[in-house]
Design a protein around this ligand. Sequence first.
Ligand code: AMP
Length: 425
Amino acid sequence: MPTFQTVRGMRDLLGEEAQTFTNVITKARETASLFGFKEAVTPHVEPLELLSAKSGDEIRQRMFIFEDLGGRQVALRPEFTASIARLATSTLKNEPKPLKLFSVGTVYRYDEPQRGRYREFWQSNFELMGSNKPEADTEIILLTDRLMRTLGLQSYAFKIGHIGIIRGILSQDGVDEKTQNAVLQRMDKKEYELALKLVDSEKCRSTLQGLINIKGKDWYDTIEQINVLVAGYEKAKAAAENLSEVLKLITSSAELSLTVEPAFARGLEYYTGMIFEVYIPQLEIALGGGGRYDRLIETFGGEPTPAVGCAHGIDRVVIALQTQNTAGSINVERKVAAVIPITESVKVEALKIAQLLRERGVSVEFEIMGRRMGKALEDADKRNFDYAVIVGERELKEGTVVVKDLKSHEQTTILILDLFEKIKN
Ligand code: AMP
C-alpha cells in the first residue's frame, strides 16, 4: 500500500506550529473585538457565480471549481469578501450601517506552491461596509497595525497606494476598463514594461511612467509629487486628495512605518480607492493587505454601499514570527501535570483530582495507559511536564498526595487542598 500524502499545496499543521496558528487566530479575534467587528462564519463552498462575479480574472482562473451531486456549479472560497458581500446584500441587508464583520478560516487558490504560498491557506478578514469616509480606511490600517504589534512582529511596514490615481489617469486618456484591468494586473506583478505596452497613448504612458518613479516615506512630500504629475487629471487628482486625507489621519493617530507607492496595484479587480499591504524586511511576500471597494455591493445587487476591508495571511504571519524568533513569545504559559494513580483502587479519586486541577486552569495528562508508576514518571519526564501528582491509597486516607517537581526532582507530600497553590507556584 502506498502511504497517503496531502493534496499538493496543502499542509498538516502540528505541535508548536499549530499552537502558533491558534495564537494568531486568537489575537485576530481579540483585535476584531477591540475594533467592534462581529464574527461571521460562512461556508467554505459557495456558488461559482457568486465567487466569480467580481474576483477578477487572476483569482477566477485559480479557483477549485466542481459540480456537486445536484449538478450545481460551486467552488471553494478563494477569499472572504464575496461571502460577506452576499450577506450584506441578503440576510444583513437591513442592518444599520456601518456593518463591521470579521471572519477567519481557510481559503483556496490554485497558486504555484512555494514557501509562503499554498493552495489552502488561512486568512483573518475584516470588512467595514457603509462608510466612504477616510476614517474607515484609517480604521482598517490601524487594526492591521494593532494585530501585527500585539503579535510581537518587529519592524513591519506598510505600503500604501490608491487605485483611483492609476485608473484616473488611464480612463482620462481613453483606456477602456478591460485594458485597465490588464494594466493593473501587470503592475501588481511589477511588470511595468509589459503594463506600459498595453497603453496606446504616448501621453498616458509617460504619466504612468512618472507615477512608477514616485515612491516615498515622507507622505506629504510624496503626495505633492503626485499632485504635480496628475495636475491635468481630475479624477486622479481627487484620488490623490483622498489618499492624502487617509495618510494624514493614519500618521497623526499612530506611529507606523509606511511608504507611499502610487503605482502599487493589487490583484483583485474590485478595489476603487486606497489599497495597502504590510511587510516585514526579512520576507518579500506580503503578510496582509486590503483596500477600498465602493462598487462591489451594487454589482451583487445591493444598494450602492461604500466599503473597505483587509485580509491577513496567517500562514505568512506565522512564517514571519518564526523568522523573527517571536513565535514562542505568544504561547500561553501553562503548567502541565501528570496525574498518576498507583493502584486501581484510587483511580476514581485520581480522576477527581485531575478534574479539580483542570477546573483551575492546570493542564493535566491523566495516566490512561495503565502503566506502573516508574514508567509513567519516566514518560512525564521525557515529555517535559512540570509536575507529577502521585495518588496512593495510604496518602489519600490522610487527604494528601505526593507531588514531584519534574524540573528540580523535589518530592513532597501535601494536602490535596493545597495542591493547586503548589502547582501554580
Ligand atoms: P488577498 O486576498 O489576495 O488580498 O491576500 C491577502 C493576504 O493573503 C496576502 O497578503 C497574503 O498574506 C495571503 N495570501 C494570499 N495568497 C496566498 C497563498 N497562496 N498562500 C498563503 N498566503 C496567501
